[in-house]
Design a protein around this ligand. Structure first.
Ligand SMILES: [Zn+2]
Length: 271
């Protein structure tokens, strides 16, 4: 089962290009697929698959950076008064936090091309049908989309911070796909739980009490009777509520990207 993703895979090549290149592409596809599978086996053997502390994603230099300077002095005093004002202020803070953090690893941070605060999913730069998303990141265009609903600001702030984490995964190269065999549900869960952890790292000083409450809510969300199919699909791609809460707690405590290294974690911590 493929669960919903709020991180959209790159657009496939255009049909016209594919038709022109088909004979060559087919030959290459067979070779590349063969290498891909072999490569996957080799990675397992050599201990460089996701979940191995030696994999390229697990040893990224961004994990050596210090705690994120998680302050946001430009936030309005009442974050619920005008949610869009709150989110715009947080956007500026997240850019500052991630620029300073990535600079420690000699990575040039570039802000997202656009941060869209949308009222309906149709206004987003990219989207996924049949999935009730709160936020979505388009890695190709580097656009962050957040659905602004008439409710408390903090859960929407967390969504913004989570989508920003996807942007950081993209610009730092954490989200690099090294082969088609890696882009599966297990890969998606590592990416999503890492984004939860990084979001918590950025909000831990900004709104500590609300962050703790949200984490407890996430941890209690498993086994919710009712929409079981949708819940299960979400769990497949994003991980369990309990694991989400655990990774959020790590981000809260340490405040570092290094504490959010889901790529080195054993499978049960990213289930
Ligand atoms: Zn996500």
């Amino acid at each position: 089962m493929n669960g919903p993703r709020d991180w959209r895979a790159r657009e496939p090549r255009r049909a016209g290009v594919i038709r022109r290149m088909l004979p060559t592409a087919l030959a290459f596809a067979v070779v590349v697929a063969g290498l891909g599978y072999l490569h996957g086996d080799l990675r397992e053997l050599l201990g460089t698959a996701p979940g191995s502390p030696r994999s390229a994603l697990a040893t990224h230099r961004v994990y050596d950076t210090g705690p994120v300077q998680a302050r946001c002095d430009t936030l309005p005093r009442d974050i619920d008064a005008d949610i869009r004002v709150t989110l715009r202020a947080l956007t500026g803070c997240l850019d500052r936090m991630w620029a300073a953090t990535l600079a420690q690893a000699d990575i040039d941070y570039t802000p997202p091309e656009e941060v869209r605060l949308v009222g309906t999913p149709e206004e987003a730069a990219c989207g996924i049908d049949d999935y009730d998303w709160a936020g979505i990141y388009c890695p190709g265009d580097r656009v962050v989309n957040v659905l602004v609903e008439d409710r408390r600001a903090f859960p929407i702030m967390f969504t913004l911070a989570h989508e920003y984490a996807h942007h950081v995964q993209e610009v730092s190269g954490i989200a690099d796909q090294r082969g088609p065999e890696m882009f599966d549900e297990a890969w998606s869960r590592r990416l999503e739980l890492q984004a939860d952890c990084m979001a918590a790292a950025t909000l831990r000083i900004v709104e500590p009490t609300r962050l703790r409450d949200l984490r407890r809510l996430a941890g209690a969300a498993d086994g919710d009777p009712g929409a079981a199919g949708q819940e299960e699909a979400y769990r497949q791609s994003h991980g369990s509520g309990a694991n989400s809460a655990r990774w959020m707690a790590r981000g809260e405590r340490a405040g570092t990207v290094g504490a959010c290294n889901t790529w080195a974690a054993p499978a049960e911590q990213v289930s």
